[in-house]
Ligand binder design. Structure first.
Ligand SMILES: [Zn+2]
Ligand SMILES: [Zn+2]
Length: 233
């Protein structure tokens, strides 16, 4: 049996392809990610970003209207096998990490107000892996079912998360603002047939709007997370 290298959109659903950050200085932000977090540089040809096992983050040159905290995407989660080398690299930057408990998750307030949550997982083989996009909002409890019904998401590690190619985790938060324009602007998903997907969403009252990019539509989930939708090549 031959398995596809990358997750493919299934069941008429959608698969996450990247997380998109607004940055006043993408080059500096990418240098932080590749330097302190030991991820690799990445380019689509027209957009620059970073990649690691399980995820891609792209950076647009646009000063964010505010940090990720306070918006519907609170942070990006990553995993490393050992905190020590990461801490040593982080100490050489102007960005600081904080831990509520020793050995617990490390929160880094990174460039442009992007919060990065790092957990230590000694079972890993790689230097760094993408973990999850952490979505917060008043409707967190309803979100896994929303993603399962509308985007064909699969069950996550527990009932507060789903997998759509990458993991989305949901936590309750009172007031958050939509992600558009904030430090973490959107996630992007691919679907097999954009016209069919748009029609299916319309039937359940979810409106997709055109973007300034050809063949890319956009929708906002009930938390306020912007989702760009394009057609798989
Ligand atoms: Zn994007
Ligand atoms: Zn998280």
């Amino acid at each position: 049996m031959v398995l596809p290298l990358l997750a493919q959109p299934g069941r008429g659903g959608a698969t996450m392809t990247h997380v998109h950050v607004n940055s006043a200085d993408p080059e500096a932000a990418i240098a932080f990610w590749t330097g302190a977090l030991a991820v690799s540089g990445y380019s689509t040809g027209t957009m620059s970003g970073i990649t690691m096992q399980g995820g891609v983050v792209l950076f647009s040159k646009a000063a964010p209207t505010g940090p990720s905290v306070g918006s519907a995407i609170e942070h990006i989660g990553i995993r490393v096998p050992d905190f020590a080398p990461l801490m040593a690299r982080l100490a050489k930057t102007s960005y600081k990490g904080s831990q509520a408990t020793p050995g617990g998750p490390l929160l880094i307030e990174g460039p442009d107000g992007v919060r990065i949550e790092v957990v230590e997982d000694s079972d890993m083989y790689t230097v760094v892996e993408f973990g999850h996009v952490h979505v917060v909002g008043p409707k967190a409890v309803e979100m896994p079912a929303w993603y399962t019904a509308n985007l064909g998401a699969r069950p996550g590690a527990d009932d507060t998360s789903v997998r759509i190619g990458g993991a989305l985790w949901f936590s309750k938060a009172d007031a958050v603002v939509p992600t558009k324009g904030r430090a973490i602007d959107h996630i992007s998903v691919e679907t097999r047939d954009l016209a069919a997907f748009t029609k299916k969403m319309g039937e359940v009252g979810i409106k997709l709007e055109a973007t300034d990019k050809p063949k890319v539509m956009a929708m906002t989930d009930p938390s306020g997370m912007l989702i760009e939708v394009s057609e798989a090549q």
